[in-house]
Design a protein around this ligand. Structure first.
Ligand code: AMP
Length: 187
């Protein structure tokens, strides 16, 4: 199944995607991870997106759609993709729908992790100490939350209209949230 893990920065999408990879054998497609790998490799793409990401702005739709399209065959072979941090704009969602429809494997479900704003900031601060991401600063994180509200939240009605959106309480521990996700998936 093709699944979108949806939610604001710090909601736990990456953590829960990795658990689903281990449990279900699906492939995690995280555009954030792909872009960070490009930056680490100092590739042309990496150099292009480095400052944009550090500020907490979105990179262009074109770039992330191409990254996803490249990895779809691998996910298909594994029986499903877990989209993590993609799509983030309506244009990306439309492009993803078109790509998946052309392959006969549409999105099965969009799970939205619902987490309080205060908890998001606390998680970001914890991750900043652990991973040292360039965009886990107070300033960049504030921008990422604003960007989410302005550009990504409109995907909620988009997927609601398709009857694919399910809310999962994202508060609490990793195992607790994981159990809720599995219940929603198995329903
Ligand atoms: P993430 O790891 O998903 O929080 O993404 C980190 C950063 O990478 C974001 O703040 C954006 O700058 C960039 N990014 C990741 N995914 C996307 C996307 N789907 N569209 C645009 N920018 C993205």
């Amino acid at each position: 199944m093709n699944l979108i893990l949806f939610g604001p920065p710090g909601a736990g999408k990456g953590t829960q995607a990795k658990k689903l990879v281990a449990e279900r054998g699906w492939v995690q497609l995280s555009t954030g991870d792909m872009l960070r790998a490009a930056i680490a490799a100092e590739s042309e793409l990496g150099l292009k997106v480095k400052d944009i990401m550090a500020r907490g702005d979105l990179v262009s739709d074109e770039i992330v759609i191409a990254l996803i399209a490249e990895r779809l065959p691998e996910a298909e072979a594994a029986g499903g993709a877990i989209f993590d941090g993609f799509p983030r704009t309506v244009a990306q969602a439309e492009a993803l729908d078109a790509l998946l429809e052309s392959r006969g494997k549409p999105i099965g479900m969009v799970l939205r992790l619902v987490v309080d704003q205060n908890e998001l900031v606390e998680r970001m601060e914890k991750r900043a100490a652990e991973e040292g991401r360039a965009d886990d600063t107070v300033e960049a994180f504030k921008n990422r939350l604003e960007t989410y509200n302005a550009q990504t939240a409109p995907l909620i009605p988009y997927y609601q209209a398709q009857g694919k959106l399910a809310d999962v309480d994202g508060m609490g521990g990793i195992e607790e949230v994981s159990a809720r996700i599995n219940t929603a998936l198995d329903e």
